[in-house]
Design a protein around this ligand. Structure first.
Ligand SMILES: [Mg+2]
Length: 255
């Protein structure tokens, strides 16, 4: 890794917290400490509401200087939020057209039904219009983690669905997201896109950044960042990330 990254970017689900869950107080504490020494980004396929529930709502009172170092990129960086004196505000959002949304929703629902992946017992809606992204969550947005893992332990169903839907939507990009989810966006929109936007927005070069994620494998939603050439560290859950930060943060202080 860069000896002392000027910016550390994190995936959210299964990197900073269990999927769709609040950050552990230990992780919050480490993030606040990291904000004291460098720029921090969180980039995820999830919407801003998830960032609020998982991160923002759990932050203690911290100085505006620290908050200003936190860059939030929901939906793979097609949206960008910063904190200012007004609170959290959206800097930009790049949404799908109505035609793109309609075709994406129809293609993913029909394909899931054809494959027998359309569940009737779910925790909330299966399909979600996130503005810049259509998301399929096999068991609904609020499904318990154990049920999600049981539905597709090896990620095979998700990969089959992903490639079948991609064949129907050649002008859009279909990607596997969290444990049971498939995300559809404009072409070229993935976490690499978000990281490039972040470099342009912050003036921090990609080679001065470090990315931490749990899905850096070839089918994972963090993989594009690795392909982009950003220094990456793979973790298998937030305790790994906590251990990494416990090691990294004192190095800034020692300089
Ligand atoms: Mg993840």
């Amino acid at each position: 890794m860069p000896i002392l990254p000027r910016l550390v970017a994190f995936d959210l689900d299964d990197t900073l917290a269990p999927s769709k869950s609040a950050l552990d107080p230990i992780m919050i504490d480490l993030l606040v400490k990291l904000l004291g020494v460098t720029e921090v980004c969180v980039i995820s396929g999830g919407q801003f509401g998830q960032f609020q529930a998982q991160i923002i709502d759990n932050l203690p009172e911290i100085s505006p200087e620290k908050l200003a170092r936190l860059h939030l990129m929901p939906t793979c960086g097609t949206q960008y939020y910063r904190s200012d004196s007004q609170g959290w505000s959206q800097v930009y959002a790049e949404n799908l057209s109505e035609d793109q949304k309609t075709r994406a929703l129809e293609a993913v629902e029909q394909t899931a039904r054809d494959l027998g992946f359309w569940e009737s017992d779910t925790w909330g809606p299966i399909l979600e219009d996130r503005g810049s992204q259509i998301t399929f969550s096999a068991l609904g947005q609020a499904a318990p983690i154990a049920s999600k893992i049981a539905w597709d332990p090896a990620g095979e169903k998700k990969n089959v669905l992903r490639s079948a839907v991609q064949a129907l939507l050649p002008d859009l990009e279909v990607r596997s997201g969290g444990s049971t989810s498939v995300d559809i966006t404009r072409q070229g929109i993935d976490k690499a896109y978000g990281m490039k936007r972040l470099a342009a927005l912050t003036g921090v070069d990609l080679e001065d950044m470090l990315f931490v994620g749990d899905r850096l494998d070839e089918n994972g939603n963090d993989y594009p960042v690795k392909v982009l050439g950003v220094e990456c560290i793979a973790v298998e859950g937030w305790p790994d990330t906590a251990a990494l930060l416990t090691d990294l943060i004192p190095r800034y202080v020692a300089v």
